[in-house]
Design a protein around this ligand. Structure first.
Ligand SMILES: [Zn+2]
Length: 255
């Protein structure tokens, strides 16, 4: 939304600039009306000044979001999930709706060209199915409760955190292994969940799991898949308890 307003504002003021420059040249060509137009020029100079100030402000606010491209309909949920990962604020991520994603609902992947770039300049694509299809039951993205959506995106961002820790060759091996080995899928999915939980997203991740596991309409095969590959709500709660215990212990030691 901010980006849309910024772009509209910028194009509006650019148009203003063109008119302004044209008016200036016309004023000087028709010397007879120079004095009449003086107050007009004065006004235009004022708008030029406003234009410069606004351009600076708008460009600053845009640069903060320049790395992330998010569809408007899920901007709130994605921004919420991103707020748990300050490390990803400078990482280029595009969130994109797709008609259909084979076997999954969301997918986070490095953009192909990234394999030839340094880790710092990698960019990622998070593909989101237009309709969230879980087994045979279809949900519109807007029908998914907000916390569930935040958790879902938080899990995908967990994958990106995992990728960010890998070198390019490790990343390529990761891709090959993901296709070939079931054990590797379990490791990767649990790693993504673990990143999300350690970033303070436990409640959201649990909300997403419970949404799938407690939904009577959802096919049992899909539920079994979730149980097989991902952290269970109980394991997540255990992780949170352990983390709290560790924190309390370090605080006790410090005092
Ligand atoms: Zn995943």
């Amino acid at each position: 939304m901010i980006r849309f307003i910024s772009v509209t504002l910028l194009s509006f003021f650019n148009l203003e600039m063109i008119h302004l420059l044209r008016d200036f040249s016309q004023t000087y060509k028709t010397s007879g009306i120079r004095s009449v137009c003086f107050s007009g020029i004065h006004l235009k100079l004022k708008s030029l000044l406003i234009f410069i100030i606004l351009t600076c402000t708008v460009t600053r606010s845009m640069s903060q979001n320049l790395k992330h491209t998010i569809p408007n309909s899920i901007a709130k949920e994605v921004s919420k999930a991103l707020s748990f990962y300050p490390e990803l604020s400078d990482v280029a991520i595009t969130f994109k709706f797709k008609k259909n994603i084979k076997k999954s609902t969301m997918q986070a992947q490095p953009v192909f060209g990234s394999f030839f770039k340094s880790r710092k300049n990698r960019s990622y694509l998070v593909r989101i199915s237009e309709r969230i299809k879980i087994a045979d039951r279809e949900f519109k993205t807007e029908d998914i409760p907000e916390d569930v959506m935040v958790g879902w995106i938080g899990h995908e961002l967990g994958h990106i955190m995992d990728y960010q820790n890998m070198s390019n060759s490790q990343l390529m091996w990761f891709g090959v292994n993901y296709l070939l080995s079931d054990k590797h899928i379990v490791e990767a999915e649990r790693a993504a969940d673990t990143f999300a939980v350690s970033h303070g997203m436990a409640d959201y991740i649990v909300a997403t799991k419970n949404f799938i596991l407690n939904h009577a309409d959802i096919d049992n095969t899909y539920k079994l898949r979730i149980k097989k590959y991902y952290l269970s709500p109980e394991e997540i709660m255990e992780m949170v308890e352990e983390k709290t215990k560790e924190k309390e212990e370090t605080e006790q030691e410090a005092s």
